[in-house]
Design a protein around this ligand. Structure first.
Ligand code: GTP
Ligand code: MG
Length: 323
C-alpha cells in the first residue's frame, strides 16, 4: 500500500506508543503482553478477559498493533515480495527437502508426527544445527529456540551433527537456546516469552518437541477431549502466527500411537494423527522402514506433491540413502 497511511504508524514502535492510559498499559504488561507483536497476535477475547477490558477495546488495541506491524491489507505484489522472502531450512536429506518444497519453510508451522522412534526429535535437533548454516548451504544464518517438553534433547547429538559439517560444535551449541517445559501452561508461557526473544536473539527456528505430550497427559480420556483440543488449537494458532509475524520456521512434533483403536473417538488420530487440522501448516507423517530408514509422507498439502521420501538416521544425523 502507499506510504501515506504509514506516517502515523511509523511512530508506533512499542506498546508504549499505542496511546493507552498508564493503568491499561501496566495491566497489559502484567498480563504478559510486553511487545507489539504479542499484542498483534493475541486472541482478542483472551486479551479482553485477562486485562479486564471490554472486547471492543481489546479489538481496537489489537488492530492498532497489527497496523503498526503492517499486518493489514496487502497488494498482490506485496504478497509476491513476501513469498520471495520465505526462507527454507534443509533437513539434511535432499529427498526430504524436495518433499517439503525445498526444506522446512519460514512463516509456516510444520508438524512431524509418527510413532515413537520415527525420528521426530532427531529431525528437530538436525534442523537446529542446519538453521545456522549460511543460506547458500541450506540454512538461514540464524539461531534456534528448542522447547523440550519431554527432556529428550541431547547436546551430545548436536555436537556430533555439528562436527560432521566441520562446524565449531561449541558455537553451534551456543546458538541453540533450550527451554524445558514442564506442563502445558508452562509450554504456552515459554512461547509467550519467546516473542521477545525471537527478534532479539536472531532466532530463525522455533521447535516444540513434542507439542502434544503435556496436553495429552493433563487432559486424558474422551471426557477431556474438547477442552484439550481447544487449548491445543489456541497454542497452535499462536505458534503459526509467530511463524508469520517473525518470518521464522516453527517445527512441532506429535507422537501418535500405533493402535488408534485404543484412542477411539480421538479426532487427532481419527484424521490420521496430526493435530494441525485447524491451523494452517504442513503435516509430515513419519514411518519406520527397514533398519535406520524412515519414510516421510506429506499429508493434506495441496501445494506439495502427494509423494513419499525415504531418508536415513545415521550416526551423523539425517541423510539421504546412498545408492
Ligand atoms: P518419540 O519422541 O519417542 O516419539 O520418538 P522420536 O520420533 O522423537 O524418535 P527419535 O527422533 O528420538 O529417534 C530415535 C531413533 O533415532 C533411534 O531409534 C535411532 O534409530 C535413531 N538415532 C538416535 N540417535 C542415534 C545415533 O546416535 N546414531 C544413529 N545411527 N541413530 C540414532
Ligand atoms: Mg522424540
Amino acid at each position: 500500500m502507499g506510504d501515506a497511511g504509514r506516517t502515523e504508524e511509523k511512530l508506533i514502535r512499542s506498546i508504549d506508543d499505542l496511546g493507552l492510559s498508564p493503568t491499561l498499559l501496566k495491566k497489559l504488561k502484567e498480563a504478559g503482553y510486553k511487545t507489539l507483536e504479542s499484542v498483534a497476535v493475541a486472541n482478542i477475547n483472551e486479551l479482553a478477559s485477562v486485562v479486564g477490558i471490554p472486547t471492543p477495546t481489546a479489538q481496537r488495541i489489537v488492530s492498532k498493533a497489527r497496523e503498526a506491524l503492517g499486518l493489514k491489507f496487502k497488494t498482490a505484489l506485496e504478497l509476491k515480495q513476501e513469498w520471495t522472502n520465505i526462507g527454507r531450512i534443509t533437513t539434511g536429506s535432499k529427498r526430504l527437502d524436495e518433499l517439503l518444497g525445498g526444506g522446512v519453510e519460514t512463516k509456516t508451522i510444520t508438524e512431524f508426527y509418527g510413532e515413537y522412534g520415527t525420528g521426530k526429535t532427531q529431525i528437530c535437533m538436525q534442523l537446529s544445527v542446519n538453521v545456522q548454516l549460511p543460506r547458500e548451504k541450506g540454512g538461514l544464518g540464524g539461531r534456534a529456540l528448542f522447547i523440550d517438553t519431554e527432556g529428550t534433547f541431547r547436546w551430545e547429538r548436536v555436537e556430533v551433527m555439528a562436527k560432521s559439517f566441520g562446524l565449531d560444535p561449541d558455537k553451534v551449541m551456543e546458538n541453540i537456546i533450550w527451554a524445558r517445559a514442564i506442563s502445558s501452561d508452562h509450554q504456552m508461557a515459554i512461547v509467550e516469552e519467546a516473542m521477545e526473544l525471537i527478534p532479539k536473539e536472531d532466532i530463525k527456528l522455533l521447535v516444540v518437541d513434542s507439542v502434544t505430550g503435556h496436553f495429552r497427559a493433563e487432559y486424558p480420556g474422551r471426557e477431556n477431549l474438547a477442552v484439550r483440543q481447544q487449548k491445543l488449537n489456541r497454542h497452535l494458532h499462536q505458534l503459526s502466527r509467530i511463524a508469520d509475524v517473525y518470518n521464522i520456521a516453527v517445527v512441532v512434533t506429535n507422537q501418535v500411537m500405533a493402535r488408534p483403536d485404543i484412542f477411539y473417538g480421538d479426532p487427532t488420530t481419527a484424521v490420521g494423527g496430526h493435530v494441525l487440522a485447524h491451523a494452517p501448516g504442513v503435516r509430515i507423517q513419519l514411518r519406520r522402514g527397514r533398519s535406520n530408514r524412515r519414510i516421510a509422507r506429506v499429508v493434506d498439502a495441496p501445494h506439495l506433491p502427494e509423494s513419499e521420501a525415504v531418508f536415513i538416521i545415521t550416526e551423523e544425523g539425517i541423510r539421504d540413502i546412498e545408492e
